[in-house]
Design a binder for this molecule. Sequence first.
Ligand SMILES: *Cc1c(COP(=O)(O)O)cnc(C)c1O
Length: 390
Amino acid sequence: MSTDNHKKNARERRFATKLIHFGAEIDEQTGASSVPIFQASTFHHHDIFNPPQYDYSRSGNPTRQALEDYIALLEGGARGFAFASGMAAISTTFLLLSAGEHVIVTEDVYGGTYRLLTSILDRLGIESTFVDMTDFEAVKAALKSNTKAVFMETPSNPTLKITNIAQTTAWAKEHGLLTMLDNTFMTPYHQRPIELGVDIVLHSATKFLGGHSDVLAGLAVTADEALGKRLKQLQNGMGTVLSAQESWLLMRGMKTLQMRMESSERSARRLAEWLSEHSEVTAVYYPGLPNHPGREIHEKQSLGYGAVVSFDVGSGERAKALLSKVQIPLVAVSLGAVESILSYPAMMSHAAMPKEVRHARGITDGLVRYSVGLEDIEDLIEDLDNALRP
Ligand SMILES: *Cc1c(COP(=O)(O)O)cnc(C)c1O
């Protein structure tokens, strides 16, 4: 079977099969069962009049290319790009905008994206407005004459608010706006934004895609070839690329994405239900709970609820007591790994946000975020139950 046929067929298969048979799973030259790590910065020109396909690893590396084709296949897009981190992917993509242009952004966007927009891109003349995207009227009201793009993150972090993706992209298209979406929490297993009209999907692959808390990486996928060309120029021009070693490690992790997501999500659903009944817990945020305000929209645009559950224990003292008493999860920044990770937004991811703004967004001093790993859920619950005891 020729490679072209092989790739075409891969696009028609189901997700779990795509994860394993993504086109580069067998090395064409040797038959090796994994993509070789091309640990080379440059490539010999055998024929000076006929430049090789790869000539310098910033511009292109076969190992990185395999990863880039892999994520494009999973997201159903035209071209994929791999970056040194999630923020490298997001910052490079924002440079599609120019000075004097304006972008509408999800209010409770990832802290690093907020910092990029409010302390770096603003200096370069790229303006942003943050809106509560659960309110479509607020999104529309943020449109200005110089608006060029909309940046979504859904579910958002840490209170898991839901943006209606198809409604937003349809409106954005009417106004000629570029749409970008940070799909880190859902991954292409649960949510494929390009199918809902998004132009560029972004990932911190450091989280669920890598899945093992051992690789820092970012990915982007463009819906079409023309945008892909523009992003390629930026990736090469900015030099924000992922190394061959890290590309290989990331692909290794991605192969088990579906199995990991299924298991972690099953546990997260059970954990969210258990927390909802707990007398020491004042609020639980999880899109799979019947009382979650965005549940209906989320179910229309996603195939699952994910593995992140946030909950409020009522006060900063109680949150700190919980964090010091839990035995199983890693108490850390980050999420989406084989091990459970418990974070404390008020002192970690959202520490830089003014207290009033933080509280207004539901990020109280009692709020903690639980990213459910692959441990036995009964052990996780017993551990939390002990740690929650007054
Ligand atoms: C972690 C994260 C990022 C940033 O990714 P890095 O790999 O840490 O640079 C961006 N968006 C979301 C939603 C994240 O969780």
